[in-house]
Design a protein around this ligand. Structure first.
Ligand SMILES: Cc1cc2nc3c(=O)[nH]c(=O)nc-3n(C[C@H](O)[C@H](O)[C@H](O)COP(=O)(O)OP(=O)(O)OC[C@H]3O[C@@H](n4cnc5c(N)ncnc54)[C@H](O)[C@@H]3O)c2cc1C
Length: 455
């Protein structure tokens, strides 16, 4: 189970020409219409880049907000509120006179008629179509993941997990004699990549510093936070010294590491590892990997490893003039990039340039990804960061770098101020404002099809 899996497959065929083919001339108005599927990192950046271009933009998303996925785990662990990590798309586009929004689920595309098909309402005509629909949780076919584990891909996921986790602790308060059999005070996170590490560290801090104070009668020392990773180390792919440091820091915070054993099955309130170990756990979170959004399979385009849409060097979809794919859902044939926000952002900037170049009759150029590094936070004053030029940070310095980068990447000044205020407040007081059980019951987008039954 590897978090953030990235397929680095060798080239099979010679690279295709960096050319989007004969792109269409505007057919749906005086100016070319660019339709963007997805208001995530890629889609929003693309719209911003084209805000002053002589094109009309239609952004389509099944949610009405852009979501800063890297901080969902802080919603789940009561540090931040949903509105801190999300931004309404209409609010964003209101500043762009050439852009409009359509709320809806994309279900297909008619390439001949150049129409994007939605689950409801009229199709959307396009001259350029940019697919930026992201990724979904990969369960790798492991039994019980869908039914019994919580995911971390949407705001609803974060709120459901928060509700459940807090309810489990309340439940333990009322059934102290049965804490161990019941697993109510145990949280198991499957997947020791950055997401799993960050969630494990934050959950341990929630138990040790916040819930211990909220529940003085409860022996919170009996709470278990388990991080299960099939690799021999946490943060697979990170330098060995950072893996060791991360493991030490997690253990210091009370996180129990189960390394080198894949999860083979998840059942109601328990999971099993390959060596037969059964872990009783009232809360099980699946953070073990992503795969391309299954929408890719409905768009009549070529798919590569992980279901990602195969794109040419300039991010154009082969044999589909005017169609582009960026971010988590796309993979350059010769060199699939990691499924990370900077890849989506840089890809969006490149496609914006490609569209401008096309409109001016200039030749296409290949996309070059500039690796800005990777980082993961473990908890207060502990993080690891691998930056360009071989610069490696950890501890307080790494943590500060992580905080600054995440603040800068958030959309909207209000969100930045709110997040900074919450973080600063929590730093001095250990106060977590989101300790609210709100009965989150929005329809699921992925894992766990049913809301929790009433207790
Ligand atoms: C928990 C978590 C933590 C992460 N942490 C980090 C991190 O620390 N650093 C990092 O670089 N990356 C991180 N990532 C990965 C990063 O979030 C993604 O790489 C990035 O969001 C990809 O951007 P995107 O534009 O391709 O897709 P997304 O940002 O996922 O946006 C896709 C959009 O498409 C919409 N959509 C999907 N399907 C449809 C449809 N059928 N119809 C209409 N709309 C649709 C979605 O609603 C969404 O708004 C994390 C991801 C997760 C889940």
């Amino acid at each position: 189970m590897a978090a953030e899996p990235v397929a680095h497959t060798p080239p099979k065929d010679p690279p295709r020409e960096t050319d989007a083919g004969d792109l269409p001339t505007p057919r749906h108005g005086e100016r070319p219409r660019v339709v963007i599927v997805g208001a995530g990192f890629g889609g929003v950046t693309l719209a911003q880049e084209l805000a002053d271009a002589p094109v009309d933009i239609v952004m389509v998303d099944r949610r009405n907000h852009h979501l800063f996925q890297p901080l969902i785990y802080q919603v789940a662990t009561a540090s931040l509120e949903p509105s801190d990590v999300a931004y309404p798309v209409r609010g964003l586009l209101a500043k762009m006179p050439n852009a409009t929004f359509r709320l809806g689920e994309v279900v297909g595309v008619d390439h001949d008629e150049r129409l994007l098909l939605l689950d409801e309402g009229d199709p959307v005509a396009f001259d350029h179509l940019v697919i930026a629909a992201g990724a979904e949780t990969a369960t790798f076919g492991i039994p019980g993941v869908d039914e019994h584990a919580y995911g971390l891909k949407s705001l609803a996921d974060g709120l459901r997990l928060r509700d459940h986790l807090l309810r489990e602790v309340e439940r333990a308060e009322g059934r102290r004699h049965a804490i161990e059999e019941d697993g109510s005070l145990s949280v198991t996170i499957c997947g020791g990549g950055p997401t799993g590490v960050e969630l494990a560290g934050a959950t341990a801090e929630l138990f040790n510093h916040v819930l211990a104070r909220d529940f003085p009668e409860l022996d919170i020392g009996r709470a278990r936070v388990v991080l299960a990773e099939m690799d021999e180390n946490v943060l697979p792919g990170y330098p060995a010294d950072q893996q060791r440091y991360t493991a030490e820091q997690l253990r210091e915070r009370g996180v129990e590491l189960r390394l080198g054993q894949p999860v083979t099955e998840i059942r109601d309130r328990e999971l099993e590892l390959e060596d037969g170990t059964v872990i009783r756990s009232g809360t099980i979170v699946w953070a073990a990997g992503v795969q391309a959004n299954p929408l890719a399979g409905a768009l009549d385009v070529e798919q590569g490893p992980g279901g990602r849409i195969v794109v040419q060097d300039n991010l154009a979809v082969p044999d589909r003039p005017g169609v582009w794919a960026i971010g988590d859902i796309a993979a350059v044939e010769r060199e699939p990039h990691p499924q990370l926000a900077p890849v989506a952002i840089q890809g969006a900037k490149h496609v914006a340039e490609e569209i401008r170049r096309h409109e001016q009759g200039e030749p296409a150029r290949p996309f070059r990804y500039r690796d800005k590094g990777t980082m993961a936070t473990i908890g207060r004053r502990a993080a690891v960061a691998n930056l360009p030029f071989g610069l490696k940070l950890r501890g307080t310095l790494g943590w500060a770098a992580w905080l600054v980068l995440h603040l800068l990447m958030l959309l909207g000044a209000r969100n930045r101020v709110s997040v900074l205020t919450n973080w600063a407040w929590a730093y001095f007081t250990w106060h977590k404002p989101g300790r609210l059980i709100i009965g989150a019951s929005e329809p699921q987008e992925g894992l766990r099809a049913e809301p929790d039954p009433p207790e």
